[in-house]
Design a protein around this ligand. Structure first.
Ligand SMILES: [Cu+2]
Length: 364
């Protein structure tokens, strides 16, 4: 019987949050020097620490990907360019890698593939930056002024407010009070760049504007430093995966993953769509920060957590049984992760060390 244990585990997480809100996370950089097994790791940096030149280099690399031919249009008819291939890949794999335990491993390798492609296809010499939202979650005003939304050295801001969203075809199932946008992003380097697939679970050619629908109150609640500190305090991968992906689909159960997506995407923005969210370039910065949190958690008890894995292999299975109990198996290091259309299948074991196997990067 799963319900009582789910409640117990949620209660434990809440307790952990109360007791450890002031705990200082283990600094990732302190551990870096002691675990390097690859030489000269690429360093992923927080967006606001990049120079203006480096910010523009990343933005231009994204635009370069949008100018290169798709290599997977036979799979995803809507893919018009190389950037779209990654949106198509995400859409096609969504049901196998969200609200199940493949979530962190699958996205770690996705970011690696995308970063590698930025470098090889577009001569980009940097890395995927991360967005440490805790720095912007201190107040609603801080969020609105985040450097990631800068019109020149960022990704543009909110869409104009649309009060009535009843005629939208893709609307978040959860009502988010305090949503403030919904219109097309009109500032920044992606203001007039169409999103070619979605919104939602299809890969036909459906060009549409990039929408955002900021929910500042959700950001301050779900991606603040106390939530991150509580996340880092859990003892098992099962609990880490659970707390990052969220304890329920309602606001009180939302944590970092949902908070970053829905705080930006609201009820009708691309970032809120679990299928087509890579249509918003902020997807990459958000997921890099989640990957960083997983790595920080791993390094706090390394090497034991190099092999720490577990949780359901099936979407919406326990502890994500928001729609009832469904059958599942626990994932293992041998569980396959598929990137059909972009790269070969790997196993979870390949993703466990950001300085081992194919990976050689760190977080500053
Ligand atoms: Cu995803």
């Amino acid at each position: 019987m799963h319900v009582p244990s789910a409640l117990a585990s949620a209660a434990l997480l809440l307790l952990a949050q109360v007791n450890t809100a002031s705990a200082t996370p283990v600094p990732d950089t302190a551990a870096t020097s002691s675990y390097g097994s690859c030489s000269s790791p690429l360093v992923r940096k927080e967006w606001r620490t990049l120079s203006s030149k480096d910010k523009l280099a990343f933005i231009n690399a994204l635009k370069c990907m949008q100018s290169k031919p798709s290599q997977a249009q036979s799979l995803w008819a809507g893919a018009q360019n190389r950037y779209d291939d990654y949106q198509g890949l995400h859409i096609s794999q969504t049901d196998f890698v969200h609200f199940c335990a493949q979530f962190l491993p699958w996205h770690r390798y996705l970011l690696y593939l995308f970063e590698t492609d930025l470098r090889s296809t577009c001569s980009y010499t940097g890395t995927i930056p991360y967005w440490d939202w805790t720095k912007d979650a201190t107040s609603e005003g801080a969020f609105l002024n985040s450097p990631v939304f800068d019109a020149t050295y960022g990704f543009g801001g909110n869409g104009p407010y649309i009060a009535d969203i009843s005629n939208f075809t893709e609307v978040l199932a959860t009502t988010l009070p305090g949503r403030t946008g919904g219109g097309c992003v009109s500032t920044g380097p992606f203001a007039n760049v169409p999103v070619n697939m979605g919104p939602g679970n299809h890969t036909e050619y459906t060009p549409h504007c990039l929408r955002r629908d900021f929910v500042p109150s959700l950001i301050t609640q779900t991606v603040n430093s106390s939530v991150v500190a509580a996340t880092l305090q859990v003892n098992t991968f099962f609990d880490l995966d659970h707390i990052i992906q969220g304890l329920s689909l309602e606001i009180p159960g939302m944590r970092t993953h949902a908070g970053g997506h829905l705080g930006v995407g609201g009820m009708v923005g691309e970032m809120s769509n679990m299928y087509s969210s890579p249509g918003d370039p902020l997807f990459w910065l958000h997921h890099a920060n989640l990957d960083r949190i997983w790595n920080t958690w791993q390094r706090a008890s390394w090497p034991a957590r190099k092999t720490a894995i577990g949780g359901p292999d099936t979407m919406w299975a326990y502890p994500y049984n928001f729609f009832g109990d469904i059958p599942y198996n626990n994932i293992t290091l041998q569980t396959p992760l598929k990137y059909t259309g972009v790269a070969s299948t790997i196993t979870v074991s390949t993703t466990m060390d950001i300085q081992g196997g194919p990976f050689c990067y760190s977080y500053a």
